[in-house]
Design a protein around this ligand. Structure first.
Ligand SMILES: *[C@@H]1O[C@H](CO)[C@@H](O)[C@H](O)[C@H]1NC(C)=O
Ligand SMILES: *[C@@H]1O[C@H](CO)[C@@H](O)[C@H](O)[C@H]1NC(C)=O
Ligand SMILES: *[C@@H]1O[C@H](CO)[C@@H](O)[C@H](O)[C@H]1NC(C)=O
Ligand SMILES: *[C@@H]1O[C@H](CO)[C@@H](O)[C@H](O)[C@H]1NC(C)=O
Length: 357
């Protein structure tokens, strides 16, 4: 077996954040020695290698060695979901080739659950998920994909379905019995109890279920989860919900940037799911959105209708070089290293990566 050559390189993304003109370039350049550092990088060059918090706190369940990739129903379908659309999405991930590029999690968001039964177990909505979640998991697994589900660290979910607060063990056990692979755990109707108290019980319950389940903490960046959630989850939202606009996307990118030193294999900052393909941004803006998310080592969870993507949407989501930056095994979150121009409209984002050749 040939010895692998490993070199540390630098990835840069140059963005012109302007309403009139938007241009960006993705360049991969070899590690720059001190004498050849460009002026614009000098003040912050060392900072981009700051991984002082990385690898120390991360949850050790073997998952999330690179940021999770897949799809989630919320950004496009919201509550309008059913088992057919979930299955068709899984089929489309396969037929388009997106699954082969790493998009393997098929994640159901809110609205799958109707009520609790007399034994206190969560019951899938009989109208929209008549076959049940275990059958759906079987279908998804049959395609080589993984199934994600959703619940809430509160009395109710955001769409007022039953929440898992004080039902953590029962619900985790049920998810495990359905062969679920991923849990997104939201923050609505939380009774004012701090996230630091509500999120650990589900981590313990998932662990006790005996099934390895990805734990996606979604407490909207309340109480700075980067500082504590690495011990609990495989990713943690750092901000409020994204919406399908340039203003939202760039605001969230800036908020997420602050926590770069805390991301690493095992646990990632989560600036929320992708809006690429949902129609609220231009082609160039979606390219920038996908590039920044990839560079920030954000989860790449597609949020559009993959059964019906335009060629442009597919081109963005299937860009193998950009995906490779996201999935780089070094796992150092890229960050904003230079800002200039009116309203900070000219920015450079960069990060180191492991070049395995
Ligand atoms: C399932 O959901 C999709 C997407 O909202 C919708 O187009 C379709 O009509 C629904 N199918 C059924 C059987 O309800
Ligand atoms: C439970 O936690 C222990 C200790 O961190 C870990 O070794 C084990 O893999 C976890 N099990 C599951 C099913 O996540
Ligand atoms: C989307 O987010 C932006 C930035 O946070 C905000 O100004 C805007 O009002 C939001 N739009 C909607 C429709 O919520
Ligand atoms: C597919 O997407 C286009 C917009 O790109 C939309 O006009 C059309 O209605 C969609 N078709 C279906 C079946 O959802």
């Amino acid at each position: 077996m040939a010895r692998r050559k490993i070199a540390l390189s630098l990835y840069t993304l140059v963005l012109t954040l302007s309403a009139v003109s938007l241009a960006f370039a993705v360049r991969v350049v070899p590690l720059m020695q001190p004498h050849e550092r460009p002026t614009f990088l000098r003040p912050t060059f060392n900072r981009i290698f700051d991984t002082s918090m990385y690898g120390i706190l991360q949850l050790n369940n073997g998952l999330a060695q690179t940021p999770q990739m897949g799809w989630n129903s919320w950004n496009f379908f919201a509550c309008n979901i059913n088992e057919t659309v979930i299955k068709e999405t899984a089929d489309a991930l396969i037929s388009t080739g997106l699954a082969d590029l790493g998009y393997v999690y098929v994640n159901i968001d809110d609205c799958w659950c109707q009520t609790r039964n007399s034994e206190g177990q969560l019951v899938p909505d009989p109208k929209t998920f008549p076959s049940g979640i275990k059958a759906l998991a079987e279908y998804i697994h049959g395609k080589g994909l993984k199934l994600g589900i959703y619940s809430d660290a509160g009395a109710f979910t955001c769409q007022v379905r039953p929440g898992s607060l004080y039902h953590e063990n029962d619900d985790a056990k049920l998810f495990a019995s359905w062969d679920v692979d991923y849990l997104k755990y939201d923050n609505c109707y939380n009774l004012g109890i701090p996230p630091k108290e509500r999120y650990p019980p589900m981590r313990e319950a998932l662990n006790a279920s005996g099934r390895t389940i990805f734990y996606s903490i979604c407490e909207w960046g309340v109480d700075d989860p980067a500082l504590w959630a690495g011990k609990l989850g495989n990713s943690w939202r750092t901000t409020d919900d994204i919406n399908d606009s340039w203003a939202s996307m760039t605001t969230i990118a800036d908020l997420n940037d602050k926590w770069a030193a805390f991301a690493g294999p095992g646990g990632w900052n989560d600036p929320d799911m992708l809006e690429v393909g949902n129609g609220g941004m231009s082609y160039q803006e979606y390219r920038a959105h996908f590039s920044i998310w990839a560079l920030m080592k954000a989860p790449l969870l597609v949020g559009c209708d993959v059964r019906n993507m335009t060629a442009e949407t597919f081109e963005i989501l299937s860009n193998e070089e950009v995906i490779a930056v996201n999935q780089d095994p070094l796992g150092v979150q890229g960050r904003k290293v230079s800002v200039s121009g009116t309203d900070g409209c000219y920015q450079v984002w960069a990060g180191p990566y492991l070049d395995i050749g």
